[in-house]
Design a protein around this ligand. Sequence first.
Ligand code: COA
Ligand code: AMP
Length: 632
Amino acid sequence: MTESIRQSYQRSIEQPEEFWGEAAGAIDWHKPPTQVLDQGNPPFTRWFADGELNICHNALDHHVDEGNGDRVALIYDSPVTQTSTQYSYLELRNEVSKIAGVLVGQGVECGDRVVIYMPMIPQAVMAMLACARIGAIHSVVFGGFAARELATRIDDARPKVIMSASCGIEGSRVIAYKPLLDEAISLASHKPLGSIVLQREQCPASLQPGFDHDWEALAATSTAAQCLPVPSTHPLYILYTSGTTGQPKGVVHDTGGYAVALKWSMKAIYNCDPGDVFWAASDVGWVVGHSYIAYAPLLKGCTTLLYEGKPVGTPDAGAFWRVIQQHQVSTLFTAPTAIRAIRKEDPDAKLLGDQTKSLRALFLAGERCDPDTLAWAQEMLSVPVIDHWWQTETGWAICANCLGIEQLPVISGSPTLAVPGYQVQILNAEAEVQEANTLGALVCKLPLPPGTFTTLWQNDDGFVESYFTRFPGYYETGDAGYINEEGYVFVMARTDDIINVAGHRLSTGAIEEALSAHPDVAECAVIGIADKLKGQLPLGMLVLKSGVERGKEEICAEAIQGVRDHVGPVAAFKLCTIVDRLPKTRSGKILRATMRAIADGEDYKAPATIDDPEILAEITADLATMGYPSGV
Ligand code: COA
Ligand code: AMP
């Protein structure tokens, strides 16, 4: 008899060793683990600690060895270069082995770090798998970050080499990556031994002899490298994500727990089997790209689809539907923003036609899914539309409607139930568990399931301090919400200063640091305000130093450019205003929530402790000149 989702969940919590031990049976271990769960040093949970494996072997060689080398492993669809190619498991294994050989040739050894700064091309996935093949720890940096952000990550990860490409293509624009890479290396204190650059014909880069190496030239003469078994707890990758300060956090995922959880999730959550075409329309620079473009579909023997394009404009709002039909995609995973962008251009889905017949489900994540977007997608696609909640730290879904176990009714606004392994609860400020329907901090009781982060890179103290100190015995997600009587979880807002712009997680602190660097700015605050397309947009409020006489527009334009240079275009920072003072409580705390409420047109009550209530009226007037509240 098949298990219901509630039975499966119960077993995962009451008998985690049995539950995950069984899931670990799907992995081809070099040395099978004898111990499933080690909780000897909480919160540093270790999964399958004495097991040894290679995740690249499990993602590629294993399928070739099983006789499935001809199956398509990766489809590359790039409307921006008019390309559509594919690699079988055998071809991908051979390419990855060559690139792994290139890394070995450059002196990269097990445990060394490799930063990957690449656009959405197959070589980005190959680079990740090549690192994993030889036990090197990859750290992929999203292409939309500025050189300074890349430099910060280089200094923290201290890579031996950097893998990059000469350019990325954003819609119709070619973005040269090499100058950004050069600038980042010159800004960083840590100097890598060299770079490996894939030349793209759209914008070849000039290479500095002795430091920059041509990717293709090295690959042509490299010796294929074999898979190196590593301990289950060996770090697979570091992925930097926004924290509350400008300093990003280096989230570390292990190898064994990650492989087990991801492979399990492909069936349990996404209901995918080997041979299915799985498309995560994200970017390899984000956690979704790591887990569901690079690793999970390949572990499962599915075909993963890598798309270099946008939901709209490449060439139009029918792009997603065209890709689904052309490649017979069974499961699409994207952010609600992408669906909102398509809907905005093609509200009646005239470009859809019958192109999505192969589609069995649409999964959404990265930001809260608004009920309108959910309803539209359900109506247009006539397949289950599943909102699921997760984070860079968890690496896979905390809450979801597990289609491969039991499909539950969708409740708009909720990512459904906690996934097996996650003990999701709501706590108040005193760490007391809250009753149903009471808003509070969303936490997960320890231990976290396999696949979730094991520490912050070389910062165990920061790991404990940021996530496990406020509520001892729990992982603090940083999100707030509530759980209803049936266990449906509702994720409502962040409890910190992180904002979510087009499904991208950004730190207001990082943007504030960039604004404060402007010579005329005395003080500033950044808040996330509601936006119809991107969910939230950052709004900067600047207080100028006394005596500054220059034009406000000029200063705002410089401040906007400053954020682009410091943080990157991904911040989508375009709204900036100059105010006389920032509203603060008498103890000096900036009233961000109140300012956000004004901008979003919500009711708000000025706190009694505010030092000067008139400031709020000034801010309201300033926002009105920019078209806020927008009525979202
Ligand atoms: N390299 C360089 N620049 C990049 C980049 C990259 N990899 N990715 C984004 N940018 C740039 C964009 O070109 C844009 O620059 P601009 O201000 O000069 O126009 C800026 O960063 C902001 O990007 P974005 O927020 O993506 O806006 P957009 O207007 O280009 O596209 C959407 C809007 C809705 C189509 C897009 O945000 C989208 O597809 N969102 C889905 C998000 C997603 O998949 N998230 C992953 C979590 S599942
Ligand atoms: P990231 O680490 O970039 O994946 O961002 C994680 C954050 O995005 C979460 O902490 C949430 O704030 C938000 N998020 C992701 N998925 C959802 C979802 N399905 N519903 C609500 N918020 C989400």
